[in-house]
Design a protein around this ligand. Structure first.
Ligand code: SIN
Ligand code: CO
Length: 377
């Protein structure tokens, strides 16, 4: 396990004034910061088939986007370019540990950590994101310009995939050096330009689309609704104008829909939605068998997989655990083990021995193993 990094930030004032509202420059956010991945390692990752990577460059003709995997020749360019590697935290535990910097925010809100490398002048262009992001400067320096608030109506340059703003109204500028951080809320235009070679870590957040929330909530509701329930209109008023749907008819329909919506529901759709993984973990039966055997023998420790999406919800009958998009219920006794795993990403020693002796907690560990949320060593 990598040591837990610390963040120089007044969390309470950040939450009250900045989160989801206003950018914040945090100079010296991490003292004596040693970037956990070098540009060389990043380039190595971008050569790999299973790693999602992009190169963005700016030429006279406009912005160009290339998708990885790349070869070493792709890194020899005349123009100002940026390499972006997605989900680096899945491959390097030291990068995953950076997510613990922001553990005062619900963990299920965090997304994967993207890392960029740029040559002098490299940039991905002025843009806005729909998500909150903490931009942590790794090696070198980058000038960040912050601009106007944008929404879906903001004019963009014509490009099939890139969403680069055609208008950027610079309002503030910050030069980030290693260990400095810039928090950018959703919708704020931002534009980072490398001053010499540099790397930037994007500790991003995820927020489900309200569209998706409505659709998942409705799906769960529909599973519970009796398909043999029909529109009823006893005591109907006599119809005088043929063909008319009268306000009273509509009121009746809406009242019946409302009654269906008011059904008691456990709302597991939310946890399932927010723990959906970006990449579905591959579960290998042999690895699982080996891990189970290790658990039975009494292993050294159980650790949270860096790519896992794990959350839980306390309910009257127990605890519902959401693991990589799936939900399962467990007895209330599993709570201390979940708190430990989600907080420290590690279960070991007496607490692990206790968990293995407790049938509920033992079932939880098996479930998390199968879901690809933990590994044992
Ligand atoms: C970058 O690292 O260059 C881009 C990060 C971002 O703007 O979100
Ligand atoms: Co951005």
């Amino acid at each position: 396990m990598s040591p837990r990094p610390t963040l120089n930030l007044d969390r309470e004032s950040f939450l009250a004034l900045h989160w989801q509202r206003k950018p914040l420059f945090i100079p010296g956010a991490i003292e004596h910061f040693k970037p956990p991945v070098s540009s060389h390692q990043l380039a190595g990752l971008a050569l790999e088939e299973h790693v999602e990577s992009r190169i963005i460059e700016h030429r006279e003709g406009g912005w160009q986007l290339y998708h990885g995997p790349f070869s070493n020749a792709d890194f020899k360019r005349e123009t100002a370019w940026t390499l972006l590697v997605q989900a680096v935290d899945h491959y390097l535990p030291e990068v995953a540990a950076l997510r613990q910097l922001v553990d005062f925010l619900p963990q299920w809100r965090t997304d994967d950590v993207m890392v960029s490398y740029a040559v002098d002048g490299g940039s991905v262009g002025p843009h806005y994101d729909n998500y909150d992001v903490f931009l942590l400067q790794g090696e070198g320096e980058r000038l960040w310009k912050l601009g106007q608030f944008c929404d879906a109506s903001a004019p963009l340059l014509p490009h099939e995939e890139l969403r680069i703003l055609s208008l950027f109204e610079s309002q503030e500028e910050f030069l980030l050096r290693p260990g400095d951080m810039l928090y950018v809320p959703p919708g704020t235009a931002h534009w980072g330009i490398a001053r010499g070679e540099c790397t930037t870590f994007s500790i991003g957040f995820r927020a489900p689309r309200v569209n998706d929330m409505v659709s998942r909530w409705a799906d769960q509701l529909l599973e519970r609704l009796d398909p043999e329930l029909f529109y009823r209109d006893a005591n109907i008023e006599s119809a005088t104008r043929p063909g008319e749907i009268r306000p009273r008819d509509l009121e009746r329909a809406l009242a019946q829909v409302q009654a269906a919506l008011d059904q008691e529901m456990d709302n597991h759709w939310f946890g399932e939605l927010v723990t959906e993984p970006r990449y579905t973990p591959a579960t290998d039966e042999d690895d699982l068998a080996e891990a189970r055997a290790l658990l039975e023998e009494g292993v050294a420790y159980v650790a949270l997989s860096p790519e896992s999406k794990l959350a839980w919800q306390q309910e009257a009958g127990g605890i519902t655990v959401f693991a990589n998009g799936d939900a399962r219920q467990f007895p209330p006794g599993v709570l201390p083990y979940l708190i430990q795993l989600c907080g420290e990403w590690l279960l070991q020693g007496d607490l692990l021995a206790q968990a293995l002796d407790d049938p509920g907690a033992d079932a939880l560990l098996n479930y998390l193993l199968e879901a690809g949320c933990i590994y044992v060593e």
